[in-house]
Write a protein that binds this ligand. Structure first.
Ligand SMILES: Nc1ncnc2c1ncn2[C@@H]1O[C@H](COP(=O)(O)OP(=O)(O)O)[C@@H](O)[C@H]1O
Ligand SMILES: [Mg+2]
Length: 190
């Protein structure tokens, strides 16, 4: 049974893409829902949950076993926290979104400014890509989800279903020039 990691900064489109992947016959583990369902978090800092990563890791492993007994459909593990886990995966996909576009998406979610800053900084410095490289030994791909949902979905599906692809493709996205972008820089260094 194949296991795919779908990670990236909040707002890059993981949950939306994963919902579409259900229609392509994949099973999905949504890490955010698992954290809530199993109460895998402790006292909040500035209104945010601090997730117990070792406990999440354990729950994901038992969820994979449980799903594997019911079906041999491939599993997609979706969430920004997936990059912090060590799961024996076949492939990891990191969704990346241009910082100015990510800000728009997080604003429309009514995120407070400090949370927009944290996430846009993480996206600018390739946080999820770096953590994925540290934690996973499988094929790793970055996909730009700044464009339309349909083109992103098409790219994700083609990468997941195509067996003949190079081993790693994680160094193609670089948002450094957006540090100076007026719509982005006002959210930095707060
Ligand atoms: N190319 C794209 N890929 C994925 N989502 C997109 C894309 N373009 C716009 N969106 C929108 O961005 C938002 C992403 O939200 P969501 O899927 O919850 O992100 P995440 O799970 O990564 O936090 C959705 O409203 C989605 O419709
Ligand atoms: Mg999500």
């Amino acid at each position: 049974m194949d296991i795919y990691i779908l990670t990236g900064t909040p707002g890059t489109g993981k949950t939306t893409i994963a919902k579409h992947l259900l229609k392509y016959g994949f099973q999905v583990i949504d890490l955010n829902s698992l954290v809530i369902k199993k109460r895998l978090w402790r006292a909040k800092e500035r209104g945010c949950k601090v997730v117990n990563i070792p406990a999440l890791q354990k729950e994901v492993k038992s969820e994979i076993l449980r799903m594997g007994k019911q079906s041999d459909k491939a599993i997609v593990i979706e969430g920004h926290l997936a990059c912090e886990l060590k799961i024996p995966a076949d492939m990891a996909i990191i969704l990346r979104t241009r910082p100015d576009i990510l800000i728009k998406r997080l604003k429309s979610r009514k995120y407070p400014n400090y949370k927009i800053s944290e996430n846009v900084e993480a996206e600018l410095v390739d946080y999820c890509t770096i953590r994925t490289k540290e934690n996973y030994n499988c094929k790793i791909y970055e996909i730009d989800s700044s464009r339309s949902l349909s083109s992103t979905l098409k790219e994700v599906v083609s990468i997941i279903s195509n067996k003949k692809i190079p081993d790693k493709r994680w160094d193609k996205i670089n948002w450094l020039k957006y540090f100076e972008h007026p719509k982005v820089s006002k959210y930095l260094y707060k």
